[in-house]
Structure formats: structure tokens, C-alpha cells
Design a protein around this ligand. Structure first.
Ligand code: MRU
Length: 339
């Protein structure tokens, strides 16, 4: 196993996902500002992993005495909240850390202990949650099927095991023969660089395709199901995930292929009625016109680079959570999940 993120000797250690698959390098973080920078710069990415990283970052800030006054603590939380706007798991984690501050602020030593405990619990529980998602979802897959996934919703996007890839892993552990088709996921290539890397390490058959082949492959009967992760799910089931997910969902509907979202309940934003209010991260043009030091479009080119899109609930066959698999009508099902 490769630790995506680890708390070790009061430092936060992260696998630098920007360098995969060529290099496996770890970055050691000693200050919370470094952790925030690593979230922003995509050293670590994927909704649940971002949440765990932010919690560990806050714990580091408290431990180092960098956030002793209420003002400093708020400043620290605000820095993290500005790193990646779409994944709700970030804000879910920060809310937990905020609550701890107000409960233990009069006892700095206890606060230190509590924030570290909370961050480590979040890390541990995320893996347990993903295994439950896997167990709940794997019965939707049959042996011999080929599953299309987009971006990376695997071990690298979480504290371990993964959500969408967790479902595939659980099916394989249950002796089902599953093949994966991974879309490259332009422009950041999470599919090509990360999903392929982690599935190959687990010896799960994976084939890489360009993002624009999905329709062709579906029309040829090469895809039996689609499973993706989520960055934020609204009360009605509308789901934000990596840009390109919506197009795949439309294609899946047209070809009568089931389209599943696998996500922990912490990815649900119970305050949003629909996906129209989910903030979509706009990323810089450099990612599109360049790959590492390779220029692929002239520097003057105008670029639009949204990091995520919203898949309307009508296109989603089921949402796989750690409690259960839910089907439309999502609104009432999702409300019940919070009970
Ligand atoms: O920009 P990223 O790489 O953080 O985007 C990641 C995704 O869109 C994942 O599919 C999502 O976070 C689910 S991860 C279990």
C-alpha cells in the first residue's frame, strides 16, 4: 500500500500525485500553510483526501502554536477554505475542526490532543467508509462486465481503497472478473496518470481511452456500466464531479447503460436543494495549453477550464453510499441518510 497521506512524528507526509506515474516522491509538511499550498497545487486531490489533508493541516497549525488566538484559528480555517471550492468534504472537515476549537479553546493542551485525534480518526474512518461503499455497490456489477470510470476516485483520492474504484475493488475481491476502462481526464489526466497507475498495481485489468471515445465505445457495446466519484451532491441528487462526467452521463442515458455515483455521505451538501448552487472551480489556462513543459496551444489562446460539472439527478441510476444504495426519488432518500 502507498500512503496517500500520513501523520508521522508531528508532520504531514503526502505522496506527490503531480509526479505520478513517473516518480513516487513524498513531501513532508511542517506548517499548516504548506499543507494548504499542497491542496491548492494538487499534490493531493480527490474530495475525501482533500478533507483529511485539511484536518491534518489544522492539527499541525494547532500543534505548532500557529493558531492560538481565535483570530489566528479563523485565519487558518479561511486559508484552507479558499484552496478548492467544489469538494464539500473540505468544508465538512473544517467544520469539525471549528467545532473542536469552540469546545476546547480554554484548554490549549486538550485542544492539541483533540484536533490530532480528530484528523487521525477521519483518516482511519475514510478507509472503513470506502470499504462499506465497495460492499454496498459491488452487487450492482456482474462478473465479466466492463466498467467505465472518469478521473480518479480511487485510493489516491481518499485515505485509501477509493469510492468508485472501491466498488470495483470489492467486486474483484468477490471473485468477479471486472475490466475497467479509464478515461484520460483532460486536462490534468487523473485517469491516465492515477487511475491506471493504481489499478495496475492491484492487477485489475484496465484500458486507457481518450475522453472523447466514450460514445463510440458505448455504441459498440463495450461498456456495461459507468461508476464515478463525486465532489458534492445536492439534496435532489445533482452531482458535481470532474469535468466530463456530465457528458458521459448523457451518453450512458442514450445507450441505456447504468450510471452510478459512489460517494460517502460526507460528500452530500444537505444545505443545497439542487446542483445549480454548487460552486465550480475555474482553473488556470496553463493546464490546458501546456502539459508539463510541453506547449500544446499558442500562449495567446483563450481558454475556459472548469474543473467540474454537474450531472443532473435524472441521469443517475443510483448513488452508492456507505449506508446503502439509493435510487430516485433522491430527495427523500438523501434526507433519510442524515437521520
Ligand atoms: O480535481 P480533482 O482531481 O480533485 O478531482 C477529483 C474528482 O473529481 C473525483 O472524482 C472526486 O473528488 C471523487 S474522489 C473519491
Amino acid at each position: 500500500m502507498y500512503p496517500v497521506i500520513e501523520w508521522k512524528e508531528n508532520k504531514v507526509i503526502m505522496l506527490d500525485q503531480r509526479l505520478l506515474p513517473q516518480e513516487e516522491k513524498f513531501i513532508i509538511h511542517s506548517h499548516y500553510t504548506e499543507v494548504a499550498r499542497s491542496i491548492k497545487n494538487m499534490v493531493i486531490r480527490g474530495a475525501p483526501a482533500i478533507g483529511v489533508a485539511a484536518a491534518m493541516g489544522v492539527a499541525l497549525g494547532v500543534l505548532n502554536g500557529e493558531a492560538e488566538t481565535e483570530q489566528d484559528y479563523q485565519r487558518m480555517l479561511s486559508l484552507f477554505s479558499r484552496t478548492r471550492p467544489t469538494a464539500i468534504n473540505l468544508f465538512w472537515a473544517l467544520d469539525k475542526m471549528r467545532n473542536l476549537y469552540y469546545r476546547f479553546k480554554n484548554n490549549p493542551e486538550e485542544l492539541k490532543q483533540k484536533v490530532i485525534e480528530e484528523a487521525l480518526t477521519m483518516d482511519r474512518e475514510d478507509v472503513v467508509t470506502n470499504k462499506k461503499i465497495g460492499r454496498n455497490g459491488e452487487c450492482l456489477l456482474r462478473s465479466g462486465q466492463t466498467v467505465l470510470t472518469h478521473c480518479n476516485a480511487g485510493a489516491l483520492a481518499t485515505a485509501g481503497y477509493g469510492t468508485a474504484l472501491g466498488v470495483i475493488r470489492a467486486a474483484v475481491e468477490n471473485r468477479k472478473k471486472i475490466s475497467v476502462i479509464a478515461g484520460e481526464t483532460r486536462p490534468y489526466l487523473q485517469g491516465a496518470r492515477l487511475t491506471v497507475w493504481e489499478l495496475q498495481r492491484d492487477h485489475i485489468p484496465v484500458t486507457l481511452v481518450t475522453d472523447n471515445s466514450a460514445g463510440y465505445l458505448m455504441s459498440k457495446g463495450k461498456i456495461d456500466a459507468v461508476i464515478v466519484g463525486a465532489d458534492r451532491i445536492a439534496l435532489n441528487g445533482d452531482t458535481a464531479n470532474k469535468i466530463g462526467t456530465y457528458s458521459i452521463a448523457v451518453l450512458a442515458k442514450f445507450h441505456h447503460i447504468p450510471f452510478y455515483v459512489a460517494a460517502p455521505i460526507s460528500t452530500i451538501d444537505f444545505s443545497l436543494e439542487s446542483g445549480k448552487d454548487i460552486p465550480i472551480e475555474e482553473r488556470g489556462k496553463e493546464e490546458v495549453i501546456r502539459f508539463r513543459d510541453q506547449i500544446i496551444a499558442s500562449p495567446e489562446t483563450k481558454v475556459i477550464n472548469p474543473g467540474f460539472d454537474i450531472t443532473p439527478y435524472r441521469l443517475i441510476t443510483a448513488i452508492i453510499t456507505e449506508k446503502k444504495v439509493i435510487y430516485p426519488d433522491y430527495k427523500s432518500e438523501i434526507r433519510r441518510l442524515s437521520e
